[in-house]
Design a protein around this ligand. Structure first.
Ligand SMILES: CCCCC/C=C\C/C=C\C/C=C\C/C=C\CCCC(=O)SCCNC(=O)CCNC(=O)[C@H](O)C(C)(C)COP(=O)(O)OP(=O)(O)OC[C@H]1O[C@@H](n2cnc3c(N)ncnc32)[C@H](O)[C@@H]1OP(=O)(O)O
Length: 201
């Protein structure tokens, strides 16, 4: 089993900052924080945001700028990216049979119904799990369709196993499947259709 390269091992300053922002995001959502989120704390956070924003590229430049490599894409991905504060982040492994595997706990910021993972977030995660498996099979492409079946609720702050595997191919089409599991029971199944396409990274 090989770890998919989504990080540098030792976190760099950006990864440390991204992790701090993640913790801040989860904490801000906690109702007990309201008492300490005084104007002083809020002001300090805003000052930091202003400082970084002043030197950051304009958003339009970011989205048209090249990522460079698949590893770069994984490091900035909203699912697996240690450099992306929005990411959980998931660390995928590639199993000997070509499937992708990750273990995680979803924190508060991914909540849908009270105490449960938002269904759209499950879809996001499974899209990437399937993409990682497709990529390992030399079938990188874009998602054309996803069908999600929510069989059981997926709780927050509980170990979730994420799997992706490619099922069959036909020309440019790749059919794949992803699952979330909790305590050995499948909570979400996703069937995806991907179309092979060269991605301009
Ligand atoms: C974070 C970024 C990562 C980037 C990846 C980097 C690295 C990879 C490494 C590791 C992997 C790890 C992470 C990857 C992470 C995330 C993956 C992100 C996945 C996405 O988030 S991706 C965004 C959402 N996705 C789109 O933004 C697609 C928009 N769309 C299009 O770009 C076109 O629409 C396209 C290309 C789909 C087709 O266009 P086209 O012109 O190339 O081809 P055409 O239309 O001829 O279709 C050819 C044959 O597919 C059939 N077909 C087409 N669409 C169909 C559908 N919906 N249902 C059923 N069949 C369909 C036709 O019916 C025909 O079939 P037939 O040959 O039998 O006639």
């Amino acid at each position: 089993m090989n770890e998919v390269d989504s990080g540098s091992g030792t976190p760099d300053a950006v990864e440390v900052a991204a992790d701090a922002v993640r913790r801040l995001t989860a904490a801000i959502l906690e109702s007990r924080v309201r008492g300490v989120a005084t104007p002083d704390v809020s002001e300090k956070i805003s000052v930091l945001a202003d400082r970084l924003e002043a030197v950051a590229a304009h958003p339009r430049e970011c989205v048209t700028g090249k990522i460079g490599t698949h590893e770069g894409a994984l490091q900035r991905s909203p699912v697996s990216g240690p450099k992306n504060p929005v990411a959980i982040p998931l660390r995928f492994e590639q199993c000997d049979d070509g499937s992708s595997l990750a273990h995680t706990e979803f924190p508060r910021q991914y909540q849908g119904p009270p105490g449960l993972v938002h269904g759209g977030v499950s879809g996001l995660v499974l899209d990437v799990a399937m993409a990682v498996a497709n990529s390992a099979a030399g079938r990188a492409g874009v998602t054309a369709e996803m069908t999600l079946r929510y069989l059981r609720p997926t709780p927050l702050y509980t170990e979730v196993t994420v799997r992706g595997r490619h099922v069959r191919v036909e020309g440019r089409k790749t059919w794949s499947q992803g699952t979330l599991e909790v305590d050995g029971e499948t909570t979400v199944v996703c069937d995806g259709l991907f179309i092979t396409k060269e991605l301009a990274l």
